[in-house]
Ligand binder design. Structure first.
Ligand code: COA
Length: 157
């Protein structure tokens, strides 16, 4: 596998059904990392909003007309205590299994960060499960550093 013929473009409403399916694949990939995820009808994103909102950019990587990667950035208000008023929040990072490890996520991140910079953003955040080693490695290689650590107490256990 290689990335020959890769086209990176903004998502269109015609992509909606495919994006809904890829969202489920991403959620399935994260199920082993979070026992609290609903077994059915779990959704993360408002895909229509990500496509149409001016404050977000949802992109896809396409090879031979097939969407093999996704990612979005959303300009969000930052906490009042922070120096930056706005930040870029990144999500829906998904690469089809057969294209992983080829730097495709890096291409997606580069596009999204550049777009954020063009909107005046210089601080970028994302959430990743602490045990998602391949994702963490990909983000660290891009330049991300660990910041906040979410802790959870499950009193049902
Ligand atoms: C996380 C994910 C998006 C990374 O996409 P990717 O295109 O494979 O990532 P890249 O090829 O750009 O990775 C960059 C670096 O991460 C490392 N890396 C990525 N996947 C790896 C893997 N499976 N094993 C080891 N290292 C890996 C590589 O070292 C790579 O650097 P290199 O190209 O210099 O060798 C992809 O693995 C994926 O879709 N996973 C399932 C969904 C998911 O967990 N999404 C993240 C939610 S936060």
């Amino acid at each position: 596998m290689n990335l020959d013929g890769l086209v990176v473009r903004t998502a269109r409403i015609e992509d909606y059904d495919t994006l809904m399916k890829l969202e489920q694949k991403l959620i399935d990939a994260e199920r082993p990392l979070n026992a609290s995820l609903k077994k059915e009808s779990a959704y993360y994103y408002n895909i229509e909003k990500l496509i149409f909102d001016q404050s977000s950019r949802l992109i896809v990587g396409e090879i031979s007309g097939v969407i093999v990667a996704t990612g979005y950035i959303q300009v969000r208000h930052s906490k009042p205590a922070l120096e930056h008023e706005y930040h870029g929040y990144l999500g829906f990072m998904y690469v089809a299994e057969e294209y992983r490890g080829l730097g495709l996520n890096k291409v997606i991140l580069q596009d999204l960060v550049r777009w954020g910079q063009s909107q005046g953003i210089s601080d970028f955040y994302l959430d990743v499960y602490a045990e998602n080693n391949s994702a963490i490695r990909a983000y660290e290689k891009f330049g991300f550093k660990s910041s906040l650590l979410e802790m959870k107490l499950d009193t049902k256990l």
